[in-house]
Design a protein around this ligand. Structure first.
Ligand SMILES: Nc1ncnc2c1ncn2[C@@H]1O[C@H](COP(=O)(O)OP(=O)(O)OP(=O)(O)O)[C@@H](O)[C@H]1O
Length: 571
């Protein structure tokens, strides 16, 4: 390395020498000022060459060459802005680039043999442990947790788990089952777990020295590759509330709808998991700054599906047939397998707005139809009631007999249905299909109906509409009501028919607002797991613009989809 770089610099100097002789020889200056300028330039070049030479000699004597300083002095002392030589200008530009400077710095550090961190010599202690093979492992952690848990069994301390991608795992020197004899020279036998944790926290420069008896390696287990898959959490989890968690410090919390990366599920009870983020657009954060470190980098233990099932059915024995049937029927009840799907064929997806009654889903839907009439389309509902004089079949409703609607319900052809004043109303799946041919279908179904449409055929985008906080709710609704009341009365007084005139927005009492906020939080708690995104309906203009942006992203960017749809995709 030293020889090569040094000879490169030698070559640069030689080249510079030639260049410095260049201008006065090659160019026939016509004026005396030009001649003077060239003379000055040559002097500067020669000075720079002399500096470079003395630098190299000096560094050769020191047996260490400071490439960076060399480059810097070259740039400073050689007045390249005056140089007519393109090569010199290019060289100066190159030496100024941060990555070239980085390379020079690394070359210098490596050639000087400076490798961080500096570890003290490993003590030779085999004699003390005669007959027992021990390993001394030194781990350097820079502000990161060790990424290992311990367990104490009858006075002996063992490594219980190595967290995937943690410091211990990356070292490759510690494994599950290793028996810990010492931490930083202190014997740990008979110590309480919290005393050992203290010992681990008390380390110089982040260096921890372990004396371990290696575990016997089960070759089969060793060869088994850790699994790696993604799931959507369908429940909220707080390890500090989990009395069964062996070590909440080594856990992560999550909420329903969060996408989790499962890095290791060898353990029947605890999965090693990393949180990616909430919703269909969740992406792992690339930046590793303070703000993101906890969330995106931390691998923590969370309950396995098995353990979660077991907690739901504590009376049944784990091995019993009953429990196995229970487990089978609850598959994907707590974690739904997901994969990232790219909408390469620009497939249309149905948009579902979910929210508590009164939050504004239908108003948003109306606005979207009004503003983007070409883009969004409406699934025309069915009804068993007879048409009114101004109603047209296939425009306002599909007017159908009660018996036919009952047949459709029985054949599960309805997305949702209900009865009002002895008449059936509902939306058929085939109406959604038909509407899909015209544009993006917008639906505001009852949350229980979502399961009927959560299939690859409709690939729904489910967006939860949240209310704003009390004050904003009250303020925005009052303003909108005043606007719509004014335009409604203007339309009435100018004899515009009631059908075309805007209807006034609804008034809300304080209690009603509180109730909507309360219902919304309960509904979110219950259905967050099926939601792809959440939006707050503050003022209508902002909501409409945010929502259209969100729908665009969910239609065009890679999104998390249930793996159970994979079989139907066939793309
Ligand atoms: N962002 C908003 N700003 C002001 N007023 C709004 C806003 N969103 C909705 N509204 C008004 O709030 C009232 C209730 O809205 P909407 O009927 O859409 O609620 P919903 O969620 O569909 O509930 P429901 O099923 O009870 O109709 C309407 O009068 C609507 O005009």
């Amino acid at each position: 390395m030293y020889d090569n770089l040094s000879s490169i610099f030698e070559a640069i100097v030689e080249y510079a020498e030639e260049e410095s002789a260049g201008p006065s020889n090659e160019q026939n200056s016509s004026s005396s000022s030009d001649r003077k300028h060239n003379k000055d330039l040559t002097k500067k070049h020669q000075k720079a060459v002399a500096i470079l030479r003395s630098f190299i000699q000096l560094n050769e004597q020191k047996d260490e060459i400071s490439f960076q300083e060399l480059a810097q002095s070259f740039i400073e002392d050689w007045d390249v802005t005056n140089s007519k030589s393109i090569s010199i200008q290019q060289l100066s530009h190159l030496l100024n680039l941060p990555h070239i400077q980085g390379v020079l710095w690394s070359a210098q550090e490596v050639s000087a043999g400076r490798f961080a961190p500096q570890l003290p010599d490993v003590p030779f202690e085999v004699d003390e442990d005669d007959g027992v093979a021990v390993k001394i492992v030194r781990i350097v952690r820079r502000g990161e947790p060790l990424g290992a848990t311990i367990k104490c069994e009858r006075g002996k301390v063992f490594v219980a788990r190595i967290m995937a991608n943690g410091v211990a795992d990356r070292s490759g020197c510690i494994q599950d089952g290793d028996r810990v004899l010492e931490v930083n020279g202190v014997t740990v036998a008979d110590k309480e777990p919290r005393e050992i944790v203290k010992l681990l926290d008390k380390c110089d420069n982040g260096i921890i020295t372990f004396k371990l008896i290696p575990a016997e390696v089960n070759q089969k287990l060793k060869q088994r590759k850790p699994s790696h898959r993604y799931v959507r959490a369908l429940f909220d989890y707080d390890p500090w509330q989990d009395r069964r968690h062996p070590c909440p410090e080594a856990a992560i919390s999550f909420r329903a709808g969060d996408i989790l990366e499962i890095l290791d599920e060898k353990d029947q009870y605890w999965w090693q998991t990393r949180k990616i983020g909430f919703g269909a657009l969740a992406r792992r954060k690339e930046r590793d700054d303070e703000e993101n470190r906890d969330d995106s980098k931390k691998v923590g233990l969370v309950r396995s599906e098995w353990l979660q099932c077991q907690s739901e059915n504590p009376d049944s024995l784990d091995s019993s047939d009953d429990f196995q049937t229970f487990l089978e029927s609850h598959r994907e009840r707590f974690y739904e397998g997901v994969f990232r799907w790219r909408n390469k064929k620009k497939r249309r997806r149905v948009v579902v707005l979910l929210g508590a009654p009164g939050v504004g889903r239908n108003e948003i839907r109306r606005q979207l139809f009004k503003i983007f009439a070409d883009r969004f389309s409406n699934a025309i509902p069915h009804t068993s009631r007879p048409p009114r004089p101004n109603e047209t079949d296939g425009v306002n409703y599909y007017f159908t007999s009660r018996s036919e609607m009952e047949r459709m319900i029985e054949r599960k052809e309805m997305l949702e249905y209900g009865e009002f004043r002895d008449n059936l109303y509902g939306t058929a799946l085939k109406s959604v299909r038909r509407a899909s041919e015209r544009g993006t279908v917008l639906l505001t179904p009852h949350p229980l109906a979502i399961e009927n449409i959560r299939t690859w055929e409709f690939a729904p985008i489910v967006i939860f509409v949240q209310p704003p906080e009390f004050g904003e709710f009250k303020h925005t609704r009052e303003i909108y009501r005043a606007q719509t009341t004014r335009s409604h009365s203007a339309a009435s007084s100018s004899n515009i028919s009631q059908n075309t005139a805007a209807t006034s927005a609804r008034a809300f009492s304080d209690n009603e607002i509180r109730q909507i906020i309360e219902n919304s939080s309960q509904m979110e708690q219950k259905y967050r797991g099926v939601c792809d995104a959440i939006i707050r309906n503050v003022d209508l203009d902002t909501t409409i613009s945010e929502l259209t942006g969100l729908i665009y992203q969910l239609e065009s960017k890679p999104t998390w989809m249930p793996t159970k749809w994979l079989a139907d995709i066939g793309e």
